[in-house]
Design a protein around this ligand. Structure first.
Ligand code: GLN
Length: 485
């Protein structure tokens, strides 16, 4: 039963093969058995899960269908009412959310059962899940390797089938890169497609929530329930949500795929490159046409991101002052001491580094030189994509330049760590939708293929990903150690 996709679980529940309570118990047992090794969950919501599962079984008897009774895990930066929502930080270790994020609410309304909250880099800052206050997450394919970040717990949980699906957020690659490193499917929607209300903010012009699943079909099912306009998020786009499922089997013959030469350049591991090329030829066999394209400002995406994201984070994280939210230091001498010590003791090194960079680039005298300049470059990066989409329907590229690296390998070298997002960050700066799908293995570790679409082209991405998954079985692979009842 643990191998089943969301679509299969829905069918099984519908046919009465098992109840939601049985299903939920099975996942809770898997979590208890393997979480000590993987550390994918910060909080396991056993009692809540069983209550929701019982309710779901009743609702199914009354005729409610769809995702009713299907379990899920949420990244710990989504506020979940009555449940600790820590964002991977000591600062919010004691924060019990008083309300649900819209994503959590939407999936709850759809009848989904919350198994727990997944581990993540502190405030979603990181690419390896090593900055979490709750310790690093291990990659189910090799526990000496990182799962990627920041949604590493969500990715590892699905890869080890401790949950059939999860939610993640992607500010610079945090859904796609861990999906790639753990061998699962991850979708970052167009900026504004999914509400950010109740997501702990990191960089508000970049953050976007999305599904992390076994298959593209499952991603379609989840996105369908997650997406939509929300008056509580002023950046949420008031555009109707199309039917993501109906076009999954569309013929992709004749579709043009752009190959950006900048994404196949120096720094890309040879074996990752050939694995990705093989996946692309599979799409060619399905009738897709390849076109060489250029995204000439790609090399500026990391420096631009590391001005924009820290600037926004320094502003967003100003609220953690020891007064209103979260951690407060012991016996402060005065107000300034309260601020300083609460923030120094409550926030980790990477978060503090970003707050300092952000404060610096926003300060008078430097604002024009850094922040304003970065905004201009961001526009150029956006234009590169728009020009490319005049010629092609979609862009294909690696998701990550390497497979999962060893724990500790890049931890003390922030710049090298930042470079691991070289293939994902431009998409966030442009606000585009993109997916990572399992495309093979290198050194026995998963490799991801990235599909980048034009604004609101999620259905097209899902169609191509699903077509690929009908021809291949990389997405069905489970690491031996977890491929047991
Ligand atoms: N790894 C990038 C960072 O550290 C992106 C993180 C994310 O997408 N949340 O900022």
């Amino acid at each position: 039963m643990y191998k089943k996709t969301l679509a299969e679980l829905i069918a099984g529940l519908e046919a009465g093969e098992f109840s939601s309570v049985e299903l939920t118990q099975m996942y809770l047992e898997r979590i208890k058995r393997w979480n000590p090794e993987l550390n994918a969950f910060i909080t396991i919501t056993e009692e809540l899960a069983l209550t929701q599962a019982k309710q779901a079984d009743q609702q199914r008897h009354q005729g409610k269908g769809g995702l009713t009774g299907v379990p899920i895990a949420h990244k710990d930066l989504f506020c979940s009412q009555g449940v600790r929502s820590s964002c991977g930080s000591k600062m919010l270790d004691n924060f019990i959310a008083p309300y649900n994020a819209t994503v959590v609410e939407n999936l709850q309304q759809a009848g989904m059962v919350l198994l727990g909250k997944t581990n993540m880099d502190e405030f979603a800052m990181g690419s390896s899940n090593e900055t979490s206050y709750y310790g690093c997450v291990k990659n189910p394919w090799d526990v000496s390797k990182v799962p990627g970040g920041s949604s590493g717990g969500s990715a590892a949980a699905v890869a080890a089938r401790l949950a059939p699906a999860s939610t993640g957020t992607d500010t610079g690659g945090s859904i796609r890169q861990p999906a790639s490193l753990c061998g699962i499917t991850g979708l970052k929607p167009t900026y504004g497609r999914v509400s950010r209300y109740g997501m702990v903010a990191f960089a508000s012009s970049l953050d976007q929530a999305g599904p992390m699943t076994q298959t593209a079909e499952d991603a379609a099912l989840l996105l369908q329930a997650m997406a939509g306009f929300d008056a509580k998020d002023s950046t949420c786009v008031p555009q109707e949500v199309p039917d993501y499922l109906s076009g999954l089997n569309n013929d992709i013959a004749g579709l043009t795929l752009g190959l950006p030469k900048e994404y196949f350049a120096e720094g890309l591991d040879d074996e990752v490159a050939s694995t990705v090329q093989q996946a692309i030829s599979e799409l060619q066999k399905l009738g897709a046409k390849l076109v060489d394209i250029e995204l000439p400002h790609s090399h500026l995406s990391i420096p631009t991101y590391y001005v924009v994201a820290p600037a926004e984070c320094s502003s967003n994280l100003a609220r953690y002052d020891g007064v209103r939210f979260g951690y407060r230091c012991q016996n402060p001498k005065d107000l300034e001491d309260l601020y300083k010590r609460s923030r120094s003791e409550g926030l980790g090194a990477e978060v503090q580094r970003r707050i300092m960079i952000g404060t610096y680039v926003l300060s008078s005298g430097y604002y024009d030189a850094y922040y304003l300049q970065a905004q201009k470059v961001r526009q150029l990066i956006r234009q590169d994509f728009q020009q490319a989409f005049e010629k092609v329907d979609m862009i294909v590229a690696p998701t990550s330049p390497t497979v999962a690296f060893a724990l500790g390998d890049k931890f003390n070298d922030p710049v090298t760590m930042y470079l691991s997002d070289i293939d994902t960050i431009a998409v966030n700066l442009a606000g585009l939708p993109a997916m990572s799908i399992p495309a093979g293995f290198s050194q026995q570790l998963p490799v991801g293929l990235q599909l980048i679409g034009n604004y609101f082209d999620e259905a097209k991405l899902l169609n191509v990903a699903h077509s690929y998954q009908q021809q291949t079985d990389w997405h069905c692979q489970i690491s031996d150690g977890f491929n047991v009842e």
